[in-house]
Each structure stands twice: as structure tokens, then as C-alpha cells.
Design a protein around this ligand. Structure first.
Ligand SMILES: Cc1cc2nc3c(=O)[nH]c(=O)nc-3n(C[C@H](O)[C@H](O)[C@H](O)COP(=O)(O)OP(=O)(O)OC[C@H]3O[C@@H](n4cnc5c(N)ncnc54)[C@H](O)[C@@H]3O)c2cc1C
Length: 429
């Protein structure tokens, strides 16, 4: 580590990275791209736990399973991009510990690649380590048990589904579980989904919309079992048996555990940052100086949510990565937008924008029972809160504007807003 002696006799240690990004996923990628696009000329180093270039995850539950051709890793950029933009990627290099006072990140040693530094000193640190699947305890050891987060997970699941084309049981009716259910059905598997909550996507959707989603899967032939939990999993030769709390048993050749994710922030223990999703301000700054967080690992404020909640989705990770870069550059923050996610299930494009509290009122534009496109306009306490669009991507800008205008009106009740609620009939939205 190089050093420089200051006039006051102190030693200024030159950092190894002006910006050290930990985690090589979407938020990290967007942060690096934004920095370079705006002319940032400091040294950028990215620590990646995985052994390949940063890549995109949404295809892993969709085309990576269903495409007849063997899937290629959905890398954001070719290797040349990192060389051309002077972004140093340290692959296979998980961060192990943060010492915020010394401004150093210690690297985990003993992984496959040799010649890694023991630690790196940073000027600014960006935490973008994403999340990991939640893992239940007490499972038998079995090759038939899967989780899905990485490209390797997707290849393993793809091989298992194609080899057996038989009974897949998915525990968890969240985004990943339901997308895999849809993909596996397309491959000819017999699919069951077990969910503890009374409706699918329970945290994101009000019951009425969750029931519609359960109906979509059941109509295609998926055995969706709601309000039921797995008490035990036993192994009988190649077969797994799931014992449920309603007394029933279900057999699986392949079992996917999709019971949600937890922020990958365990390496920050003892650093002074709170465990779990890292609270940040609107710029992505954490409570510690020169440390930012973005993506699934972060929990920034969002004025469009009724209860502050992490939004572990693509749109938020991309935006937060760019937001942190802008803060480092000293640029004004981008205006906040309502949270949004999309999902592809049974050839239907589902988009949720804004918030959808459980006691919302829903107005349908189009009939959800017909299989035709529709929009569900979600109001909470008589205020526009969000919208669920099914095969209606054309309505997304309008839905965003509807939610934004309502929030602006709430924030400044005496200011006339661009479009008032009364200006828009349901068919207009
Ligand atoms: C299968 C799947 C399908 C999805 N589909 C959709 C979708 O249809 N729509 C949608 O809106 N969202 C979807 N998402 C969510 C979306 O992909 C994530 O929100 C997004 O990838 C989060 O970006 P991130 O950069 O925060 O984390 P990630 O993309 O997970 O990247 C984090 C990276 O950090 C690395 N890392 C972790 N710990 C360390 C460490 N200690 N040191 C160094 N590196 C570390 C990880 O290995 C990983 O490479 C999907 C997610 C999955 C898993």
C-alpha cells in the first residue's frame, strides 16, 4: 500500500480503490456504468463472489429453464467493456469483513483463484451484495433439493427438470416459485406449489389479486395448495416426501425451495451497520461515512410505500445503483419513482407498480376472468396506491403517473397537481 507524508506529519495512505464496489450484480453494474458515463476517472474496483462477469437474474427462472438451446450466461457486458472502462473486476473474491474505521474490506482467502490481496483500502465503498435464498433447517441431504439464485443453480434445476419431466414440488408461491412453476409446466412436468399464506405473492399483492394469480396457475393444471405448511421432508430412495400440516403427504422427484430471500450482508457483522437490509437515505448513503448501499441488500426510503419495506426487484436495484453513483459524483439525485416489478407466468406479463396494501380497493379495467389483458387499479384510503397490469405494458406510464400524482398531492395538498384524480376515469388510467 502506497503512502504519502503530510505537512502535519501524519501519513495519508493511498486507497487501493477510489470506489470499491462489493458484489458483482445489477446494482454494482449500474453504479460502475453511471460513474464512467459521467466521466468519473478514479480507480474503480469490484469484488465479486461469483467466478464470472456480472449477469442478469430474471432469465434464470424463465428462458434459462425453457429454451431448448442450452442457455448462455446473461452477462450485462463483455469482458472488453470492463477493460475499456477501466473497471477492475476481482472475480471469485468474496468480501469477508468491513472495518469502517480503517476503511478496509478484508477478502475471504482460500477460494480458487490465487494472488488476491488480503484486504483493500477504499475511499468510498458501495455495498451491492444482493440477497440469498432463505434456507429452512432440518432437510435431508438430497440432490433433488434445489434453490435458485445463480446461473449454476439454474443449470442444475434445468437439468433436473429435463431429466425427470415428472413431479416438481415448489415450496413458496413468491415470484421465483411461480415463475419456475410456469416454466416447469411448459417443459411437461407435473407441478405442485405449497404456500403457507392464504394467497400467492402475499407480501406484494392484496388477497383479491393473489386469488386471481392462484386461479391462473390452477387453470393451467398446477396443483396450488394454500394456507398449508411443510412439517417434515423425508427421503425414500430417489423420492422426497413432504409431510404437510393438514395431514397430507406429497411426493417429489425435484423439490424447489423458494421461500424468499435474505440480504447477503452477513459479512458486515461487527462493522457498525445493522444486520439485514441496510437502511439508507435517498442517495443510498448509509449511517457510516462514505459507505453506500444499493440493490437487494439495501432498504432506501420510498415515499410511494405505505410501510417502509425492501423492494428486492430489478427496477429498484438498477435505479439504486445509478443513484449511488450520482451521489458519489455530486450530481442531484434522480426523482424517486414508485416501485415496480414484472413477472412472466404462463405467457402472461404481470407488472405491479406502486403499492398494494392488503386493505386496498381494486377497480378492474377489463375482466380478469376472461384471459384477456386487464388492469387492476389499486386505491388505499381513497388514494391511488398502485396498479397491477396483466398484458397491458402500454398502461405502465399512465399507472406510474397516477401513483406519482397522488403522492405529490399528499405531499403538497394546496398545490394543484398536473393531473387530478377526478380528471381520470377508470378507463383513462
Ligand atoms: C431467479 C430470479 C428471477 C428474477 N426475476 C425477476 C423479475 O422477473 N422481475 C424483477 O423485477 N425482479 C426479478 N428478480 C430480482 C432481481 O434479479 C434482483 O432484484 C436483482 O438481481 C438485485 O440486484 P443486486 O445487484 O442487488 O443483487 P444480485 O443481482 O443478486 O447481485 C449480488 C452479487 O453480489 C455477490 N455477493 C454476495 N455476497 C458477496 C460478498 N460477500 N462479496 C462479494 N460479492 C458478494 C453475489 O454473489 C451476486 O453476484 C429475479 C431474481 C431471481 C433470483
Amino acid at each position: 500500500m502506497k503512502g504519502q507524508r503530510l505537512a502535519n506529519g501524519q501519513h495519508l495512505v493511498k486507497p487501493d480503490a477510489d470506489v470499491l464496489v462489493v458484489g458483482g450484480g445489477l446494482a454494482a453494474q449500474r453504479c460502475c456504468e453511471t460513474l464512467r458515463r459521467h466521466g468519473y476517472d478514479g480507480r474503480i474496483v469490484v469484488l465479486c463472489e461469483e467466478s464470472h462477469l456480472p449477469y442478469d437474474r430474471p432469465p434464470l427462472s424463465k428462458t434459462a429453464l425453457t429454451d431448448p438451446e442450452a442457455p448462455r450466461r446473461p452477462s450485462f457486458r463483455a469482458a472488453e467493456w470492463y477493460a475499456d472502462h477501466d473497471v477492475e473486476l476481482l472475480l471469485d473474491s468474496p468480501a469477508q469483513r468491513l472495518d469502517a474505521a480503517a476503511r478496509t474490506v478484508t477478502l475471504q482467502q482460500g477460494s480458487r483463484r490465487a494472488a488476491k490481496p488480503a484486504s483493500l483500502r477504499y475511499r468510498r465503498l458501495v455495498i451491492a451484495t444482493g440477497s440469498r435464498p432463505r434456507t429452512p433447517e432440518g432437510l435431508p441431504a438430497s440432490q433433488a433439493i434445489h434453490q435458485l439464485r445463480t446461473y449454476e443453480d439454474a443449470l442444475r434445476l434445468r437439468a433436473a427438470l429435463r431429466a425427470t419431466r415428472r413431479r416438481l414440488v415448489i415450496v413458496g408461491a413468491g415470484l421465483v416459485g411461480l415463475e419456475v412453476a410456469s416454466s416447469a409446466l411448459a417443459l411437461g412436468c407435473e407441478v405442485s406449489v405449497i404456500e403457507a399464506a392464504a394467497t400467492p405473492l402475499r407480501r406484494a399483492l392484496p388477497p383479491q389479486l393473489g386469488r386471481w394469480l392462484a386461479g391462473l396457475h390452477r387453470a393451467r393444471g398446477i396443483d396450488v395448495r394454500l394456507a398449508v405448511t411443510v412439517t417434515r421432508v423425508s427421503r425414500h430412495a430417489q423420492e422426497l416426501r413432504l409431510h404437510l400440516n393438514d395431514g397430507s403427504t406429497i411426493a417429489a422427484d425435484v423439490l424447489l425451495l423458494a421461500i424468499g430471500s435474505v440480504p447477503a450482508t452477513e459479512w458486515l457483522a461487527g462493522s457498525g451497520l445493522r444486520a439485514g437490509p441496510i437502511p439508507t437515505g435517498a442517495t443510498g448513503a448509509t449511517a457510516l461515512p462514505d459507505i453506500y448501499a444499493a440493490g437487494d441488500a439495501a432498504c432506501p426510503p420510498n415515499p410511494y410505500l405505505h410501510v417502509p419495506t425492501p423492494t428486492p426487484h430489478w427496477d429498484a436495484a438498477a435505479r439504486e445503483g445509478a443513484t449511488v453513483a450520482r451521489a458519489i459524483l455530486g450530481l442531484p439525485a434522480l426523482p424517486q419513482t414508485p416501485p415496480m416489478f414484472w413477472s412472466d407466468q404462463h405467457e402472461r406479463r404481470i407488472q405491479l407498480v406502486g403499492d398494494a396494501p392488503h386493505d386496498s380497493q381494486i377497480d378492474f379495467d377489463g375482466d380478469p376472468c376472461t384471459g384477456e389483458p386487464f388492469a387492476a387499479w389499486i386505491t388505499h384510503e381513497r388514494q391511488p396506491a398502485g396498479a397491477m397490469l396483466v398484458d397491458r405494458p402500454d398502461a405502465l406510464p399512465r399507472a406510474r403517473r397516477w401513483v406519482i400524482n397522488a403522492a405529490e398531492q399528499r405531499a403538497a395538498p394546496h398545490q394543484p397537481s398536473e393531473v387530478s384524480e377526478n380528471d381520470m376515469s377508470a378507463s383513462d388510467r
